[in-house]
Structures are given as structure tokens and as C-alpha cells.
Design a protein around this ligand. Structure first.
Ligand code: IPM
Ligand code: MG
Length: 357
């Protein structure tokens, strides 16, 4: 039996998470695996109910589970809270740190049927299959930050800090993952300006000797942004620090058709966390418009990474592929001649494909 902590959170979270749960239940039935789902409060919803974005019971629930499925946190209602109390910081970052999830995997894979959905031309995005490996518990997000009054006005700073150990473990994961794929690793940095990037690059060079079968390339982050939209097929695995990874993974999502397709797995601790890479989308919340596929694909990553159910993971991914091949689309990936469906209908279609496939 696998215990899954289910944290719907805010905005579209409560609409998309049940769709992934639905698919997991079908997988459980088909493969004879028992999933025990336990729901917890997180984000703004938790602030409203308990006064804090990550209640102690929720963290405890996550620690006692085999994996965590998260929707999204945050929204305009909580935007004016002090930075340290906002759902993004107090729930999401605290959860990542609290569970020791130092690595975030964001696979950008273009389902062939969605080549038309990307704002980029078909011949550019076709064949995109890359993996962004983002460092998740260091760098600017967690370095010292401060805001101070001085006689000449206010001054504020965030600190970009990394030690060798933090750099080494994420790079190592990058090499290992590249080894399981097409054996190409792009280490993204800004070594022409940043001293943390110097340490990053030297560490990558040192580790590369242990992975002679993996082809390592260094790329400056600004160039990488350009290369991703110019010629995404050149990439296999990309590894980078926290902020670069935040930015470039959103950019990569455009290659998949929509950010509504981008799944993620945050790993490194005993319990891993699975969540769509998009946010809570307050502008479309409650309208059944949200695309649940990123969450469903995150559940597939859970099957693969946490539960070692590779066949089931592939089954879910293939089910998504067939639903798209049949022409069903949520609004974000809609194009001419396709059939528009809502959040729930999309979830049901994938579930049916799993049951029948
Ligand atoms: C992400 C999100 C978060 C991040 C926000 C909501 C704090 O953008 O998971 O990419 O910056 O890490
Ligand atoms: Mg982001």
C-alpha cells in the first residue's frame, strides 16, 4: 500500500488534483496496487482555515506519506501578506525545504498531437524531449534577504549562495539522469559574471571525469534561453541553479504547447512531491477551464519515481497521448477542428483510456 498526501491548495488546485486522483485510482485497480489518499490543507486555503500556510499537521501528513500530490498555492487574496507569510514562501518553499527536496525535475516533452498548440512553429518544437533539472533548496530563494532603511532611502538584497556539496549533488543527479537518457548534459550558468557560477562550472568539470559516457556542455543562461526557443532538439538534460531553473522551465513549457502540460517531481528527501509546474491561475479558477494534464503527468512521475511502477507510469503517459490524438483539448491547448473539453471531462477521458488501454 502506498500512502499519498493530497494537497489541493488554491485557485485551480482543487479542480485539477481530483482529476489526477481519479487516474491514480484507475491505475491502482488495474495494477492491483492500493493507494491510500489523505487530504491536507496548504497555502491560502490553510491560512484561511488555520492562520498558517503550512500547518504542522500537513507537514506531518507529508512526512508520514510515501509521496505528496500538490495542486498549487497562492492568489490575490493573500498577495498583500508580509513576504514570509505568503503561501508561496510559507507553504511551497517551506515544504520543499522541510522535506529536503533539493532537486526539481521538469520534463518538457511535446506530445506529437500538440505541435500545433505551441505558439512556436511546428518545425521548431517538433521532437522536443528535454528535462530541466532545477536545484530547489538553495540560491537566491533561500539565501539571506533583507530590506533596510538608510539615510538616502531603502536598500534591499537577496543573496545568491551555494556550497560545493549543494552543487555537487544536483550536478550528480544531472549526470545520472543524462546517463539514463540520451547522455547529453547541459550545465547552465552565468560564469562570465557570477562567482557562484564559477564554482558550479568547476564542480561540473571535476564530476565529468566520473561520467566519461556523458557529453557535458556548459552554456550561459542567457544563451540557453535563446537556444531553447531556437533549436530545442539540441537538448537532453539541462541542470541549473534555482532561479535559472524557475525561469527556463516556464520557458520550456511553451515547447510542450502550454504550461498546462508541464509536470514536475521534486525529489531528494525520503518523500517526494509531485505538482504541476504552473501556478494557481486565479484568473480561471472555478471555471472548469484548467488543464489537468500537468497534474496527471505529475502523478505518472510519482508512479515512476516514488513507487517504481514504470509500466503504470507509461500507461498514464500513453493514455494522455491517445486522448490528445483523438483531438480532445482543454482551452489552453485548443486549436482549430479539435474538441474542447473541460477539466473534469479531460480527467475522465484519461481515466477511460487507462481502464481500456
Ligand atoms: C515554481 C513556482 C514557484 C517557484 C513560486 C510559486 C514560488 O514559480 O514552482 O516554479 O518560484 O519556485
Ligand atoms: Mg516557476
Amino acid at each position: 500500500m502506498f500512502k499519498i498526501a493530497v494537497l489541493p491548495g488554491d485557485g485551480i488546485g482543487p479542480e485539477i488534483v481530483p482529476e489526477a486522483v481519479k487516474v491514480l485510482k484507475a491505475v491502482g485497480k488495474k495494477y492491483g496496487v492500493d493507494f491510500d489518499f489523505r487530504e491536507g490543507l496548504v497555502g491560502g486555503a490553510a491560512i484561511d482555515a488555520t492562520g498558517t500556510a503550512l500547518p504542522a499537521e500537513t507537514l506531518q501528513l507529508c512526512r508520514e506519506s510515501d509521496a505528496v500530490l500538490l495542486g498549487a498555492v497562492g492568489g490575490p487574496r493573500w498577495d498583500n501578506l508580509p513576504p514570509a507569510e505568503r503561501p508561496e514562501t510559507a507553504a511551497l518553499l517551506a515544504l520543499r525545504k522541510g522535506l529536503g527536496l533539493y532537486a526539481n525535475l521538469r520534463p518538457a516533452y511535446l506530445f506529437p498531437a500538440l505541435a500545433e498548440a505551441s505558439p512556436l512553429r511546428r518545425e521548431i518544437v517538433e521532437g522536443t524531449d528535454l528535462l530541466v533539472v532545477r536545484e530547489l533548496t538553495g540560491g537566491l530563494y533561500f539565501g539571506e534577504k533583507k530590506r533596510e532603511r538608510t539615510p538616502s532611502g531603502e536598500v534591499a538584497w537577496d543573496t545568491l549562495i551555494y556550497n560545493t556539496e549543494e552543487i555537487e549533488r544536483i550536478l550528480r543527479l544531472g549526470f545520472e539522469l543524462a546517463r539514463q537518457r540520451r547522455k547529453k548534459l547541459t550545465s547552465v550558468d552565468k560564469a562570465n559574471v557570477l562567482i557562484t557560477s564559477r564554482l558550479w562550472r568547476e564542480t561540473a568539470e571535476r564530476l565529468a571525469r566520473e561520467y566519461p559516457d556523458v557529453e557535458l556542455t556548459h552554456m550561459y543562461v542567457d544563451n540557453c534561453a535563446m537556444q531553447l526557443v531556437r533549436w530545442p532538439r539540441q537538448f537532453d538534460v539541462l541542470v541549473m541553479e534555482n532561479t535559472f531553473g524557475d525561469i527556463l522551465s516556464d520557458l520550456s513549457s511553451v515547447l510542450t504547447g502550454s504550461i498546462g502540460m508541464l509536470a514536475s517531481a521534486s525529489i531528494g528527501g525520503k518523500v517526494a512531491l509531485y505538482e504541476p509546474a504552473h501556478g494557481s491561475a486565479p484568473d480561471i479558477a472555478g471555471q472548469k477551464k484548467a488543464n489537468p494534464l500537468a497534474t496527471i503527468l505529475s502523478a505518472a512521475l510519482m508512479l515512476r519515481v516514488s513507487f517504481k511502477l514504470e509500466e503504470a507510469a507509461r500507461e498514464v503517459e500513453a493514455a494522455v497521448g491517445r486522448v490528445l490524438d483523438k483531438g480532445f483539448r482543454t482551452a489552453d491547448i485548443m486549436s482549430e477542428g479539435k474538441t474542447l473539453v473541460n477539466t473534469e471531462e479531460m480527467g475522465t477521458l484519461v481515466r477511460q483510456e487507462v481502464e481500456e488501454g
